[in-house]
Design a protein around this ligand. Structure first.
Ligand code: ADP
Ligand code: MG
Length: 594
């Protein structure tokens, strides 16, 4: 419940809507209360006329006209309230969704290591839909009704305090029975949501990698997994529903007992002359009005339970700690200030850095090396040896457990992450592109880039030629993650993208290792352009890529093994020498085969 109220607080700017809805509700309630009084007046008039006095037919017609006017006004006012409610909830939905997305974007990489994309989306949709649906229901019908009930109770008390007291009992009894229901209901709802999240997470993962699913013909297995988790929610819902309806019988049973007492008092008091016939008619209508929200409440209980669960999971996500020093986490995008300039000393330095993704396995141990401005340094080591982890640390995606990483002499953990990442261009092994046009993808790191800047970046990246051949050129849509392009084409777009970002530090993490040798040559030519005048870290295992660097750092068991120029390491008997020997024997074998 507290989280629901907190939800309204999230969108404080909607206060005019809250006020408007409250005003419309008050007006609706007031108008609704006039009807029983007019009918009371009509009853009294009819009784008077049967006794030979009263205003005759015209008086009754005027009363009917009054009814018509009140009803029409009531309809108009409640519809204005309903309209405001619709707009308010739509706006609230937009605000909450945006806050949620902003929060997700601000979370540290670690969060995404252990939460599935589909689950994150699922949770967003569910929590926001269910809470706003409830609020809509509440503001459009329940709130006006609640106000009516309060007025009804006050008026009834004027006629008969006992009657009012009896009516008042309904609500605590109902609340108590509701609370009982909710205790059982809530945990099952959470179990259901877990199942939905697993199913939804897998759904998004399978669709996102549909090629793999198809090539392994695992469609039925994927479907079975989905059905299994979704299927479990059926049993859980049955359990919920059974209990809910059982409690509803109890709730309504209790209500009917109370109403039995209420009607008994009204009838007998009228017969004994305590109430006039008109008063009896009035009270019967008021009681019916008091009953309305209770019936409505039964539906509302269900919706409110969902809304409470939904708003809880919304705030669970919202309360996740954002990446430290991320501007979006602070809620205020800020301009990226230039890097605090210090042009003496090394460009990058790792100073006794140790790191593990979890506390019990350390991936990098006591890593120390420097990279001078403009230098090209290659990192060589076995797969899984921690090379990408080095890049992750440099980008500030994770923080070292101990030691310091410096960029131009400044500890990277003390600088806003946007500022740090503005300094570093990265080309990954998998060119992760976005759906949209080639132009948009090249300009991803610099959205304002002009057409000629984009074209020149693409030309340097060796991409212009193939782009020019596409039917739509730079306006060609490349599909989700760039699925309509070949690996080498995607990689050249990624190089152009890094080119346009124009960061002083460049990281190539196996940028060509997924490519065939012809594509590799094309991409490599683009990379040479990109590396010019930049400090570059190259992770690669192809000799063709690393033999031209200034220095090589070899990693072994998560430690730095050797550091030296290619010539020095060629004779040292280390990993690089092994690599050279391997390559020599492979090419000899190739020659033999030829
Ligand atoms: P590589 O040298 O091949 O780039 P990585 O740096 O990717 O190696 O991985 C180093 C080690 O860290 C591997 O043992 C890998 O299993 C582990 N690892 C990589 N990423 C994560 C992650 N996000 N969470 C947990 N462990 C990870
Ligand atoms: Mg790697």
């Amino acid at each position: 419940m507290r989280s629901l109220i907190r939800l309204l607080g999230v969108a404080r700017e909607l206060w005019p809507y809250y006020v408007g809805i409250a005003a419309a509700s008050v007006a609706t309630a007031a108008l609704a209360l006039l009807t029983p009084f007019i009918i009371k007046g009509a009853t009294d008039e009819v009784v008077a006329q049967t006794q030979g006095n009263g205003g005759g037919v015209p008086a009754l017609i005027w009363l009917a006209v009054a009814l018509l006017v009140v009803e029409l006004l009531g309809t108009v006012v409640s519809n204005i309230g309903g309209y405001l409610g619709d707009v308010m909830t739509t706006r609230l939905k937009a605000i909450l969704s945006s806050r949620y997305y902003a929060k997700m974007l601000s979370l540290p990489q670690r969060y995404f290591d252990s939460n599935l994309t589909g689950t994150i989306i699922n949770r967003l949709t569910r929590s926001i839909t269910e809470t706003t649906q409830f609020l809509q229901m509440f503001s459009n019908s329940f709130f006006p009704m609640l106000l009516t009930v309060i007025a009804v109770l006050v008026i009834t008390a004027l006629y008969s305090p006992w009657l009012a007291l009896l009516l008042v009992i309904i609500y605590p009894v109902f609340m108590w029975l509701t609370a009982l229901t909710s205790k059982r209901w809530q945990p099952i709802e959470q179990q259901k949501n877990t199942e939905f999240d697993i199913a939804g997470g897998r759904f998004a993962e399978a669709i996102g990698q549909i090629r793999v699913v198809k090539s392994f013909t695992s469609e039925l297995r994927e479907l079975a997994l989905f059905d299994r988790h979704y299927g479990r929610t059926i049993g859980l819902t049955q359990q919920q529903s059974r209990f809910w309806h059982l409690m509803d019988v109890a709730r309504r049973g209790a209500l009917n007992l109370i109403f039995f007492g209420v009607y008994a008092i009204i009838f007998t008091s009228t017969a004994s002359g305590a109430f006039t016939l008109g008063a009896m008619v009035l009270l019967i209508q008021l009681v019916a009005m008091a009953k309305q929200p209770v019936t409505m409440m039964s539906f509302l209980v269900d919706a409110s339970q969902r809304a409470i669960a939904g708003s809880k999971s919304f705030f669970e996500a919202m309360d996740e700690a954002p990446e430290p020093l991320a501007a979006i986490g602070a809620g205020t995008p800020r301009d990226t200030a230039p890097w605090p300039a210090r042009d003496d000393g090394p460009m990058i330095s790792f100073d006794h850095v140790s790191f593990g993704y979890d506390s019990d396995t350390e991936v990098l141990h006591d890593i120390t090396f420097d990279v001078a401005p403009g230098e090209r340094v290659a990192f060589v080591g076995e797969s899984g040896g921690g090379k990408t982890t080095l890049v992750n640390l440099l980008l500030g995606l994770y923080r070292p457990d101990s030691g310091v990483i410096r960029l131009r002499g400044v500890d990277v953990s003390t600088v806003p992450v946007e500022q740090l990442r503005a300094e570093i261009g990265v080309v990954f092994q998998e060119a992760a592109l976005f759906s949209g046009t080639i132009r948009e993808n090249v300009a991803y790191g610099r959205p304002g880039a002009s057409a000629s800047e984009i074209e020149s970046a693409a030309t340097k990246a060796n991409a212009h030629e193939f782009v020019a051949k596409l039917a739509n050129g730079y306006a060609a849509e490349i599909g989700e993650r760039g699925i309509k392009l070949s690996g080498g084409q995607k990689q050249r777009i990624a190089v152009a993208r890094a080119m346009l970002k124009n960061a002083p530090v460049l990281v190539l993490d196996e940028a060509t290792s997924a490519l065939d040798s012809k594509s590799e040559r094309l991409v490599q030519a683009g990379l040479e352009e990109l590396m010019a005048d930049r400090t570059t870290l190259i992770i690669a295992h192809r000799l063709s890529t690393i033999s031209s660097v200034d220095r090589i750092v070899t990693l072994k068991n998560g430690r730095v093994d050797e550091i030296g120029s290619p010539a020095e390491l060629a004779t040292s008997g280390g990993i690089y020498a092994e690599l050279l020997a391997l390559q020599a024997s492979a090419s000899k074998a190739d020659r033999k085969r030829l």
